[in-house]
Design a binder for this molecule. Sequence first.
Ligand SMILES: [Zn+2]
Length: 305
Amino acid sequence: MTVRKQTVLIIDADILVKLCQPDYYKAWMFKALFEDPWNKVVIPEIATKEWKLSKDKKFTEFHDQIINPLEKAKKISSTFRSLKERKNFEDSLNKLIKFRKREFYYTFGRKFEFIDYRINRDLVTQPQLTTRSKSIIADLALNKERPFFCSADLKNNDEKFEVKDAYGFFSAIDYAKSLRKNDENIDIYFITEKTENYSDFSNKSKLHENLAPYFEELNIQYSINLKGILLKLNPLIDSSEKDEMMQANKYLQDQYFIDCKNKDCDGEVHLKVDCYWGNFGFWFAECPKCKYEWRTNDRIEDDYN
Ligand SMILES: [Zn+2]
C-alpha cells in the first residue's frame, strides 16, 4: 500500500456550489474530496457564510434547470386534437417529471445536504480571519490594490471591491500559518475557479503577482483545477463514470418509494435512504421535504429490498 502525505485542501465558496451543480464535476470527485482519509477539507468561515446565504437559491436554480423545460413541454399538449392522445402525452410527461425530480434530489440534493450537514455540525475546519489580516485587507482596500480592489479607470474598467474573496484568501493564509508552525511537510492547496478575482490577468492558472508572495512564503499551492489535483493526489482513483443521474436511476423506481404520511405534504420517502431502524425493532421513515417522521408497520426483519 502506498503511504500518502496528508494534504490540506482549502476550498473557496464557488467550488462548494459547483460540487452540487448538475453536470459540472463528476461524482467521483465529490467522493475523493470528502471521503479520502488523506485529504483534509478546509472551508474559510467567510465561504461557509456565503454558502448558507446562497445554497437555497442555488438548489432551486439547479432543480428548475432540469424540471422547467419538462413543465413547459406540458403546455404544448393542446397540439393533440384527440383527448386520449393529449392525456397520454401528459401522463408520460408527469411520470418523467416525477423521475427527474427523484434523480435530482437523490444525487445533487443529497450533496447539498452533505455539505450543509458538515458545515453546521463543524465537521469541517472553518478558519476565521485574524485581526491582523483584517487590517491588511483594510489597507489593500484603501489603496485600491489589485486583484481584489481597484478604482474605475478611463478604459471603462469598473470599480472593484471584492472583500469576501479577500477575506477567504487571508483566512487561508492565517490557517496555513498555524499549520506550518507544527508541520512543514504537509501539502496545502487553495482551490478556486474565480480566476477574475485571484489570478494573473494573462495566465489564469497563476496567482496574481500581488498575492503570490503570501502563498510562496507559506508554500501554499494555488489551483483552479480541482480535478487535476484529485488525480495527482490519487492517480489510482476510478474516474471513469457515466452520467450520475442515470446511474442512480435503478434505485429510483416506484417500488422504492412511499408517500409522505403528513397530509399537508406531497413529498415522498425513499425506503432505503430515508428510513432508519428505530425503537422496538421498527422501521421509521422521515420525509426529506417536510421532515415529518413516523413509524412504519414493518419490523426490522422485513428488510426492504
Ligand atoms: Zn413530507
